[in-house]
Design a protein around this ligand. Structure first.
Ligand SMILES: Cc1ncc(COP(=O)(O)O)c(C=O)c1O
Length: 438
């Protein structure tokens, strides 16, 4: 993609200096009746969803609880569904070895870490997991945390300050955005995956700030496309910036053996100053981690609030499950292969049926673009009625004309799942003449 001057100009207008985002929706009458949250614009969206589903005799589809394991199938409210709404990309969350590792660690350590790591919460399983992650992904050092979201907020919020520049992709996950807000730095957004535009913005702005950080996702969680790592490394070196890559959806998924973006692009892991990852997706657990140089990770360990400081450590069962999951991923390469084959197969079958899957195909996230939030919501409910769970992503999470159904593909899905799903979607869409005002 190349930089487009008009697009860039409109980005500058829209984003430069804009620092207040993602608070509860703005309401013109905010000062009148704000105590009653049903006046809140976001609350009205919840009610709209209740209404659409209620008319079909269904409950609001969000927060639907399941019983049992999450694989390509789930049981919710005593009914079986084909499920495209889980991050169990490699099927490891249900693996007996992973479950036993968690159980054994419960026996060994008890249920919790008991304290922040600096002051009594440090356990051997933390060190073991961090070593496993270093060995797997080529980090010099690594630290694990209790949550992926907080890992981004805390890292960016701590490292960057008000004399600094944070320059991030338009589609960066909310946790990165909120880290930048917390940092109180100058925040510039560049058009999605447009490294030429990034270069222009760096040329224009880098000189005015002390530290600078480029923040991107490895595989984008909405569109499933990949960041151009070699160009980003080139730019970060040229402009003396830190490069932080959120690999939540690329580790375990991208690269021949699931080692992520560096493996995919044949770039040395040391070239990325901070790799952020989650234990909550391919690695069958919960928590976040950071990979980087010995000194960078040491600094974050000691001083970044919310990484280890002021925060109780990762529970032992979560650490042990992730530790086992990463090892199995490396030993059983068929899992990553099967996931990647499934992504290719789903994308091809979708395109053959005339669906627009955007720029996806290289990661486990495959959107089917619909361009209308209400249509997405209706299709989601119709699919649910015939036993398929795929969630709608709507405005304001994405722009209205980019509303979509989002499919998370796993190594456990089958061709039969895909054909049934996509044929059903095509049939429902063909029969959907009007959905407005339902
Ligand atoms: C790109 C990205 N980064 C960070 C996170 C937060 O990770 P976690 O869910 O492990 O807190 C998510 C969550 O889905 C994500 O998609």
């Amino acid at each position: 993609m190349s930089a487009n001057a008009d697009l860039l100009a409109s980005f500058k207008l829209e984003f430069l200096g804009k620092n207040k985002i993602n608070t509860a929706a703005e309401d013109v009458n905010a000062s009148v009746g704000f105590m009653d949250v049903t006046n809140n614009a976001d609350y009205k969206i919840i009610e709209k969803i209740d209404d659409i589903y209620g008319r079909k005799g269904m409950n609001n589809p969000y927060f639907m609880s399941r019983s049992g394991h999450l694989s390509n199938k789930v049981i919710c409210q005593e009914r079986a569904f084909i499920c495209y709404s889980g991050y169990n990309y490699l099927g490891l969350a249900n693996d007996e070895r992973v479950i036993n590792a968690a159980k054994n660690s419960l026996d060994q350590y008890g249920t919790h870490a008991g304290a922040a790591r600096m002051v009594g919460g440090e356990m051997e399983i933390h060190t073991e997991l961090e070593k496993t992650l270093c060995d797997a992904f080529g980090f010099e050092s690594c630290v694990t945390t209790v949550g992926g979201y907080m890992t981004n907020v805390a890292t960016i919020g701590y490292l960057m300050g008000k004399h600094d520049l944070i320059i991030m992709d338009e589609y960066m996950h909310n946790s990165g955005v909120m880290g930048a807000v917390m940092a109180d730095s100058r925040r510039i957004i560049f058009p999605h995956n447009d490294v030429d535009a990034l270069e222009i913005l760096l040329n224009e702005n880098r000189g005015n700030y002390q530290k600078a950080m480029i923040v991107v996702e490895g595989a984008y969680s909405m569109d499933g496309d990949l960041a151009d790592l070699p160009r980003l490394v080139e730019l970060k070196n040229k402009h003396n910036c830190w490069l932080m890559v959120d690999e939540a959806h690329s580790l375990g998924v991208v690269g021949k053996s699931g080692r992520g973006l560096c493996e995919h692009w044949a770039v040395d892991a040391e070239q990325v100053d901070i790799v952020m990852g989650t234990l909550s997706k391919s690695f069958a657990s919960c928590g976040g981690f950071l990979g980087g140089s010995e000194k960078m990770i040491r600094l974050l360990r000691f001083f970044a609030p919310g990484i280890l400081l002021y925060s109780t450590a990762l529970p032992p069962a979560s650490a042990a499950a992730a530790n086992e999951a990463v090892k199995i991923m490396l030993e059983e390469s068929w899992r990553v292969e099967s996931l990647q084959n499934n992504v290719r197969q789903f994308s091809q079958l979708a395109r053959e049926r005339g669906f627009d899957t955007g720029e996806s195909g290289a990661s486990a996230v495959v959107p089917v673009m619909l361009g209308d939030s209400m249509l997405a919501l209706h299709l989601m409910s119709d699919l649910q009625q015939i036993g398929i769970i795929a969630h709608a992503v709507m405005y304001p999470v994405v722009p209205e004309n980019e509303a979509r159904l989002r499919f998370f593909i796993t190594s456990e899905h089958t061709q039969k799942d895909f054909i049934y799903t996509l044929d059903s979607l095509k049939r429902i869409l063909a029969n959907t003449t009007s959905f407005s005002g339902v």
